[in-house]
Write a protein that binds this ligand. Structure first.
Ligand SMILES: [Zn+2]
Length: 209
């Protein structure tokens, strides 16, 4: 999978309605930018639908019949991209429940502000605003971290993520992402499980996280 897109597994979970709320929001945000993933999700939804419709008498899926049905009705490349509201894709603008200009940002770290708007079932969902050059201190993850960039640029090692790009990290990743470019980086962060800071001031930062 190319950098910047959700994994096939995540797109499938989304298409089948099995993604967590935060992951669903991250994918729907990415889909407003990415025609390729919209088409992929449309194909997965069509296949899932065809499998249900062509079930045999014992409820067993008939893959051949389902694929034949898909050939008859090629999906039309996914729905058109929903509108953006300010720097945010429409699904995110709706989810945060306030206008972008009125977001009650909270200071987290030098150059880093956060607006946390969902924290349920072990999943936290927030918007981050990171000043160019500012960084999230070195950390690793208890579980998974999904980040979707909406404005500016996120730099993680030798990878650069721009508007619409998705970055994924898990317990195997110990990283130090920072905002590149010359404008604040606005991104969505979906965390299942917490962060463990591992860098120079790690012990002190972990007290606050
Ligand atoms: Zn994509």
């Amino acid at each position: 999978m190319e950098t910047g897109h959700p994994s096939t597994r995540l797109l499938a979970a989304y298409a089948l309605g099995r993604a967590t709320e935060g992951a669903e929001l991250a994918v729907s945000a990415h889909l407003t930018y990415c025609a390729a993933c919209r088409a992929e999700v449309a194909r997965m939804e069509a296949l899932a639908g065809a499998l249900v419709e062509t079930e045999g008498p014992e409820g067993e899926p008939d893959l051949e019949a389902a694929l034949a049905r898909l050939d008859e009705a090629e999906p039309e490349g996914g729905a058109p991209a929903p509108l953006r509201r300010g720097p945010l894709p429409a699904p995110v603008a709706e989810a945060i429940g306030v206008n972008f200009d009125e977001i009650p940002w909270r200071f987290r770290l030098p150059g880093v502000h956060e607006y946390s708007f969902r924290n349920e079932e072990g999943e936290s969902v927030s918007l981050l605003r990171v000043r160019p050059g500012a960084a999230i201190p070195q950390h690793t993850h208890e579980a998974e971290e999904l980040t979707v960039v909406f404005d500016g640029e996120l730099v993680d090692g030798d990878r650069r993520y721009g508007p619409g790009d998705v970055a994924f990290a898990d317990p195997s990743v110990d990283h130090h992402p920072r905002a590149g470019g010359d404008r604040p980086c606005i991104c969505l962060a979906v965390l299942s499980g917490g962060l463990t800071f591992t860098g120079r001031f790690g012990r002190a930062l972990n007290l606050f996280s």
